[in-house]
Write a protein that binds this ligand. Structure first.
Ligand SMILES: [Zn+2]
Length: 334
């Protein structure tokens, strides 16, 4: 039995047909976790959909109304890059409910996963890049509304910049350090990544994004810390930058909840990514995040975000490894 819960529903499946986004990945991860013995049936809990009230904590009433009544413009639907349907909207409401439940469990147990979610390209008034509503932001705002937390940190390791996250939480945090310190000389990238720290009003959610600079989205609104990585960044450079960003963020901010977006798409064989991480490097990435949180006693809520490996099996392995990494760290073996 795992020392944390895995929130999952067969209805996480996104009804989008044949698509570069492998909608069946959630189901396949669930199967693999059980078949491999990493998890037992009792480790899983089934979420309910978010309520409209929950969704409205982040999204505009106009946008929610359009989603629910099917009155988006053709352009708004195109921006999703997945086909609009009422079923799609239901799946996203369920993903948001799953992230709310995972956040709740994380606060109780120290960690929890949603075997879904991480839709970090959704903005308050529109969706894009396969993301309709922002499940992680909704979960944070719900925990705050319920008085369970005052502040949170997002650590976004998807290969794509967390533009929706940055926009939603813009202006909510003052950064007091100019930049995360660069990785040690031995680990410094040959083509250095650029770290950017923004400065804004004091507030409640600190956002960290490590991503490939030359990739979608073209417009990257500033996170609290952005690490713009060059193409083909490999394991060691990536891990050095992640370590640096986490240390910098956690020196200046003490979150009551850490929301980790464990995207599988920094993988070297990803179809939509241009970084060069290995499967082993991605697991070490997960361990780094979990150890940083555990060392400081910060509860971690994990969502999966993207993953478009040439071989679906690799995407499944990378996501399952995130659960394995948490199991190893939170049962205290490593
Ligand atoms: Zn991505």
């Amino acid at each position: 039995m795992l020392p944390f819960k895995l929130v999952y529903s067969d209805d996480y499946y996104l009804p989008i047909g044949a698509h570069v986004f492998p909608a069946e990945k959630y189901n396949r991860i669930h199967e693999r976790l059980l078949a491999s013995g990493v998890a037992a049936p009792s480790d899983f809990v089934v979420p309910l959909p978010a309520t409209d009230q929950d969704v409205l904590l982040v999204h505009t009433p106009q946008y929610v109304e359009k989603l629910k009544t099917g009155t988006l413009s053709a352009r708004e639907e195109l921006e999703f890059e997945v086909p609009y349907s009422p079923e799609l909207v239901r799946a996203f409401w369920l993903a948001a409910g799953g992230s709310i439940l995972a956040a709740d469990y994380a606060l109780n147990d120290g960690a929890a996963f949603s075997i879904g979610g991480g839709f970090h390209h959704a903005f308050p008034d529109h969706g894009e890049g396969f993301c309709v509503i922002h499940d992680v932001a909704i979960a944070i705002r719900r925990m705050q509304r319920d008085g369970k937390i005052r502040n949170a940190m997002t650590v976004d390791c998807d290969v794509h910049h967390g533009n929706g996250t940055a926009a939603i939480f813009a202006g909510t945090r003052t950064a007091s350090e100019p930049l995360p310190s660069a990785p040690t000389a031995a680990m410094r990238p040959s083509r250095p990544a650029r770290a950017k720290m923004r400065s804004s009003h004091a507030g409640d959610v600190f956002t960290i994004s490590l991503h490939q600079e030359n990739n979608y989205p073209a417009w990257k609104p500033p996170s609290s810390i952005d690490i713009d990585l060059p193409d083909e960044t490999g394991d060691d450079d990536y891990l050095a930058w992640l370590d640096s960003a986490l240390n910098s963020g956690l020196r200046q901010f003490e979150p009551e909840l850490l929301c980790y977006l464990a995207g599988a798409d920094p993988y070297r064989e990803d179809q939509l990514g241009g970084l060069s991480l290995t499967i082993d490097g991605l697991k070490r990435r997960d361990e780094l995040v979990f150890r940083a949180a555990k060392a400081r006693g910060i509860p971690v809520m994990v969502t999966l975000a993207g993953g478009y490996a040439l071989k679906l099996e690799d995407t499944i392995t990378i996501h399952c490894n995130t659960v394995v990494a948490a199991k190893e760290v939170f049962t205290g073996n490593r």
